[in-house]
Design a protein around this ligand. Structure first.
Ligand SMILES: [Zn+2]
Length: 356
């Protein structure tokens, strides 16, 4: 919570004509998510996992020595910018090591049998970070670092990513582009962020050809489109790939009313997606799912999306209902629309490229 993104106005650096403001990626959504877990009584029933700092050796499996040194040096002074739109303050190097290590600790707890599944509520987020640069508020690629750790140090073989953040999971795509042992799936708003990224034709290369799946849904997609994409592309892909572990970079910025996305998901939509993924993981890999927090920028709504996911993962339904649900269910176009169906039909063809 002490990772400081400074006085950006939304996503833009301050400076005439942009008045200093609050950065879109600030602690508030995360803090309120945790607060709601406590108020609902769910937090007290969960097993808590202490994060540890990822070592530089762990980070080096994904990022270049140059990049790590650059972030470390800036962090020791007053901070700086890790890349495209990624400001950070003094000390963020150590916080980012904890964010990556938090996902690693979750995987440790899962593999050691201490828990059935996990949600790593970490910050800064990670899914836009690339080997040589930070990007989109992300310093280190938390989920990718944890996946490489699981393979290198914990004996895990094949891993599947299902990134449901509204923005493209470009980091994992790039990191595992040539790697057939990690299936990277990203469902996102078409051409939202990063620029020129996340097209359906980007499918991996070399030995990794076929093992990167992008599902770029049109702006305005609702729970129907997300459920259909999950049923028709994501779940079949998981069954063909047969992962030993599923990692979900979980952004809640596909939620209705998010300032940085234009989708219409609601808490029951996230609840249902979680259940679908859990069923597949039960059938394929003893239920092994680790989610890690990414985007989500509406302070009021994100906690309720998070609570719905946590209720599904834990199997505990609290007495706390989502006060936004009725409003979001009533938005026109929640069911699958023909132009969204076309995209999903095209994405179904990518299943032919998975060799299992
Ligand atoms: Zn996002």
């Amino acid at each position: 919570m002490w990772h400081d993104t400074g006085s950006y106005a939304g996503v833009l650096p301050p400076g005439i004509p942009v008045q200093p403001g609050t950065h879109a990626e600030n602690p508030e959504t995360k803090r309120r998510f945790k607060n709601l877990l406590e108020v609902s009584g769910l937090y007290q029933q969960l097993h808590h996992i202490e994060a540890y700092a990822a070592s530089e050796q762990d980070i080096l499996r994904v990022h270049s020595r140059d990049y790590i040194n650059r972030i470390k040096a800036m962090s020791e002074e007053i901070g700086g910018d890790a890349g495209m739109l990624t400001p950070f303050g003094k000390g963020s190097f150590d916080i980012a090591k904890l964010a990556a290590g938090g996902v690693m600790a979750a995987i440790d707890a899962l593999l050691d049998g201490r828990i059935d599944n996990a949600y790593a509520l970490v910050r800064p987020p990670g899914h836009h970070a690339e080997p040589d640069t930070g990007k989109g508020f992300c310093l280190f690629a938390n989920a990718s670092i944890a996946a490489k750790y699981a393979q290198a140090s914990r004996g895990v073989g094949k891993i599947a990513f299902v990134d449901w953040d509204v923005h493209h999971g470009n980091g994992a795509e790039k990191i595992f582009w040539h790697d057939p042992s990690v299936l990277t799936i990203s469902i996102h708003q078409d051409r939202c962020f990063p620029p020129d990224s996340g097209d359906m034709c980007d499918n991996g290369a070399g030995a990794g050809a076929g093992y990167n799946i992008n599902i770029p849904l049109p702006a305005g997609s609702g729970v129907g489109a997300y459920a259909a994409a999950c049923d028709r592309v994501i779940i079949p892909a998981l069954h063909m790939f047969r992962p030993e572990l599923v990692i979900v970079p979980s952004g809640f910025d596909a939620g209705a009313y998010d300032p940085l996305g234009r989708m219409m998901m609601h808490s029951d939509g996230y609840r249902n997606l979680t259940k679908k993924l859990m069923t597949a993981a039960d059938e394929l890999c003893s239920g092994r799912i680790v989610m890690c927090h990414e985007g989500g920028y509406n302070d009021a709504t994100v906690p309720f999306f998070g609570l719905a996911v946590m209720e599904s993962l834990s199997g505990i339904k609290t007495a706390t209902d989502d006060p936004f649900l009725a409003l979001f269910e009533g938005l026109a176009g929640q069911e699958l629309q023909p132009h969204q169906d076309q995209v999903i039909t095209a994405a179904e063809k990518l299943l032919d490229n998975i060799r299992g």
